[in-house]
Ligand binder design. Structure first.
Ligand SMILES: [Zn+2]
Length: 456
């Protein structure tokens, strides 16, 4: 059996992974707060942990892995979005949940075994909070319930490597009069009549964010499970607080044994932000005609513990490679097993970059069956993702030049009928037409049909 090694954030070392129960390997990953389309950075943990899910199923068996990833469907950002759009919270969360599943599905992510919604686990959260109060780890104050970090002071901060005193000195913590220690965090808070709320021993209110993962992981995976994952931006405070809640509520359990954190994503060397104009969603990319398989390939070229830089050049190169590999493997049955070197790379703390390097070697050697079996382990070259590559690559530059020339002619003749005819035809073919003084750009949209350009 393949020996998997994983870098455990908790111990800061790469460890041999030994599941608690090899017939039921259990993994929890923090999922999205559903109020908007997932941006490209949100997709990185989805793809990283999808590869781990696939590897675990390959090694332990397809029915021997339980993967839970939540939807946070109660959050003040959701309330704000619903108010701003004049729509109900249920509409916003329902629509956004489906968007997320569609967009991540387009990246070839397999759906987790369980996808719990926070609002379906309020009773479990209330029970856990009541238990924490009983055990002296939490207290009620002014309609709130807070976790008392002083009751767990020796352990709090171990994951992210800080002490409570350091945190207080360095953090911008919300100082509230009802907090005993400024680092105490909210388990439950009161709701006004217009905010979503549930009855509880502390009045009508709603849960804080951290408690939901503790309650859902406990309900679905038990008090000790194997792997907890997420982006490294969640390590503090979110994961630290999950550990505090879960270990105090279930002192005989271990909560998660192995913690995995992926690094963040940049775009063309810069942090993605709305102000820099380099912010885009997964759907924006798909709509621009970048295939989901290409996005996945670009992601996997960087190890998950390194910052990943998205560039247009990488996307173009990935598309060229995938076209070549798809042509090489067309009509071929995958080998009985992935190449040993590919599995070895993946088993070494998910070295996807190394695995792809091995796939290049298989392609160069003409081992199409081996390449296919190896690529499919990480969700590439799968039949489900084939559609984009079956459409021939279309060179739009001649069409762009043609429309630009027609426009130059029309500026002199003042007869724009040919320009209008071409624009209509390109739009009907599913292209977005962008015209400026200096040139024309034709951008394929989701319904782009190259066949419609043939008779132009
Ligand atoms: Zn979480």
């Amino acid at each position: 059996m393949t020996t998997i090694k994983l870098h455990n954030t908790k111990t800061r070392t790469k460890e041999v992974f030994v599941p608690i129960d090899r017939k039921n390997v259990r993994m929890y990953v923090c999922g999205p707060t559903v109020y908007d389309r997932a941006h490209l950075g949100n997709a990185r943990p989805v793809v990283v942990f999808d590869v781990l899910f696939r590897l675990l199923r390959h090694v332990y068996g397809p029915d021997a892995v339980t993967y839970a990833r939540n939807f946070t469907d109660v959050d003040d950002k959701i309330n704000a979005r619903a108010a701003e759009r004049g729509r109900s919270i249920a509409e916003i969360t329902g629509e956004t949940t489906q968007w997320f599943l569609d967009d991540m599905g387009a990246l070839g992510a397999v759906e987790p075994t369980h996808m719990p919604r926070a609002t379906a686990y309020i009773a479990q959260m209330v029970a856990m909070i009541a238990d924490l109060i009983d055990k002296g780890h939490a207290y009620a104050a002014e309609g709130h319930v807070l976790f008392a970090v002083d009751s767990w002071k020796a352990h709090y901060g171990q994951l992210s490597g800080r002490t409570v005193d350091d945190m207080i000195a360095g953090a911008r913590v919300e100082v509230a009069p009802y907090k005993k220690n400024p680092m105490d965090f909210v388990l439950w808070k009161p709701s006004t009549p217009d905010q979503p709320g549930w009855d509880s021993p502390w009045g009508r209110g709603r849960p804080g964010w951290h408690i939901e993962c503790s309650a859902m992981a406990h309900d679905l995976l038990g008090e000790s499970f194997d792997i907890h994952g997420g982006g490294n931006d969640l390590m503090f405070p979110h994961h630290e607080n999950e550990i505090a809640q879960s270990c105090c509520a279930n002192p005989h359990g271990e909560f998660a044994r192995t913690w995995l954190h992926n690094e963040m994503l940049q775009v063309e060397g810069k942090k993605m932000s709305k102000s820099l104009g380099n912010f885009f969603t997964v759907r924006d990319l798909l709509d621009k005609g970048v295939p989901g398989e290409v996005v996945r390939f670009v992601f996997l070229q960087t190890h998950y513990r390194k910052p990943m830089d998205w560039t247009d050049k990488k996307a173009r190169d990935a598309e060229a490679t995938l076209r070549k590999w798809r042509a090489l493997t067309a009509g071929i049955e995958p080998a009985a097993s992935a190449a040993a070197a590919v599995l070895e790379a993946l088993a070494d703390d998910l070295n996807t970059a190394g695995a792809i390097a091995e796939m290049h070697k298989l392609a160069a050697a003409g081992d199409a069956a081996g390449l296919l079996a190896s690529a499919q382990i990480v969700g590439l070259l799968t039949p489900a993702m084939a559609a984009w590559s079956e459409a021939p690559a279309v060179d739009l530059t001649s069409h762009e030049a043609r429309l630009f020339a027609a426009r130059q002619t029309a500026m002199d003749s003042k007869d724009f009928s040919e320009v209008d005819r071409l624009k209509t035809a390109y739009t009907e073919a599913g292209l977005e037409v962008r015209m400026s003084k200096t040139g024309v750009e034709l951008v394929p949209g989701p319904g782009f049909d190259a066949a419609k350009l043939e008779d132009l």
